[in-house]
Design a protein around this ligand. Sequence first.
Ligand code: FMN
Length: 222
Amino acid sequence: MTAAPKILAINGSERDGNTADVLRHAAAHAAERGVEFEIVDLRNVRMERCGPCGDCNDRTFVCAVRDDIPSVVGRMIDADGIVFAAPVHGFGTASLMQTFIERAGVGYLRFNRPLSNKVAGVISVARRYSAGEVWAQLTVNALLNRMILVGSGFPATVHALHRGDALKDIEGLKNVERLVDRMADMMALLREHRELTGRDALSSNDVNERVGLPLNELAGTK
Ligand SMILES: Cc1cc2nc3c(=O)[nH]c(=O)nc-3n(C[C@H](O)[C@H](O)[C@H](O)COP(=O)(O)O)c2cc1C
């Protein structure tokens, strides 16, 4: 029997707060669609900040800093879809998500883009200000990793200040539900194509944008 499709959500909040509530809402909706929905709370992940070496652009192998990022990257590789969810802090993404993007993206994912052709969804949570900017920042990172983005109608930005407010933003939650629905549909379509043809619907045999080398000629991520 084929395993149920799986979404892994990365939660960039420092607390069990609004972003966590939104992701629990998304998980309940995914369950109705028969989609597994696991959540990685970055606040519980042993994650160092970028170190002083600064040699990322010359490296052809993974980051030298040792922490739990490789295991999160492995879980992303095992999933069919990834949701990136973060609160807005100081008009930008909360620092846990920023650090994750730097450490996972620059430290591990850039070499052979192992998230290529996975389905991506993006959620930002804010009182109000720069919700769109953070949503856009996470979106371009998903696109950089050659993921397939599905729309949710209006962007899945949830407006919430105090704990519990997110669950009152009916329009925001509707956009989150639509996002999950469309991710489920796209994952099913890609899986069906793979089963029928034995190959991915989109090519991943491409050139690495960083150094002009073919993908896979650079170091693996595990
Ligand atoms: C340090 C800090 C900075 C914040 N900066 C912004 C901001 O720039 N724009 C905004 O709309 N909300 C801002 N907020 C509000 C949070 O985005 C909002 O409370 C959100 O619901 C928090 O999500 P969480 O409970 O998942 O952490 C900030 C909150 C904190 C703690």
